[in-house]
Design a protein around this ligand. Sequence first.
Ligand code: ARG
Length: 263
Amino acid sequence: MCAPEHFEVSYAINPWMDLDNPVDADRARVQWEILRNTYLSLGHRVDLIDALPGQPDMVFAANGGLVVGGRAYGAKFRFPERAAEGGAYAAWLTGHGLRVTEPAHVNEGEGDFLALGTMILAGTGFRTSLPAHIEAAEAVDRPVVSLELVDPRFYHLDVAIAVLDDGNGEAPADIAYYPGAFSAHSQRTLRELFPDAIVCSEADARVLGLNAVSDGHHVVLPAEATELATSLRGRGYSPVPVDLGEFIKSGGSVKCCTMELHR
Ligand code: ARG
């Protein structure tokens, strides 16, 4: 995670960002601390990367790369405003013993790459480029399923799909998703791959309810996504709601603030 020391909305690169809706820095700090403490209280380790001045979106650590099975694929941001973050995250990963494949193609890390079972679900349409999907597959040595995002409000895959169970334990892989974020063909792909998935309502997707982090039992998710929390409980998950209202002003929530280092 990256503390929101320099977090603000000072440019607009997605429909959530509005220069007339400024971030309350104190409140953002408290919300972020609560998220961090939530992970700690669930028994997860949380490492921190230093926040770079002038990089207000660096708080969205998910975008800094993709780490699976001890291999890492670096990020290369779509917009120049975030370009400097790529090197900073790659340096952190390298410093922590990971071999990082330097990307030739535009990709925004775990914002658009979700590790699931032996494969990677990959988003394209707004940020991550299609050639990056092939590059990522090689970098982490996993097959990639490409999915096309079509609604600008859901510009990253991690606001359209929540991985609930990565399928690496006893239970099969399980996701929740909002179909309206995807092209017709990608909707069909998701239906065929995950016939039992939780289908999330537009109302819950609009509060970034799918931008969640799950350990296979506890699902940390935005508090406003109440319907989704009820569906999760019905399936035996334990939803852990948190308020990240300041971060939604930048188009991010729980998962965006978290880079998961997948074993
Ligand atoms: N303001 C950031 C951007 O538009 C938000 C990034 C959200 N991150 C994510 N993983 N969805 O790039």
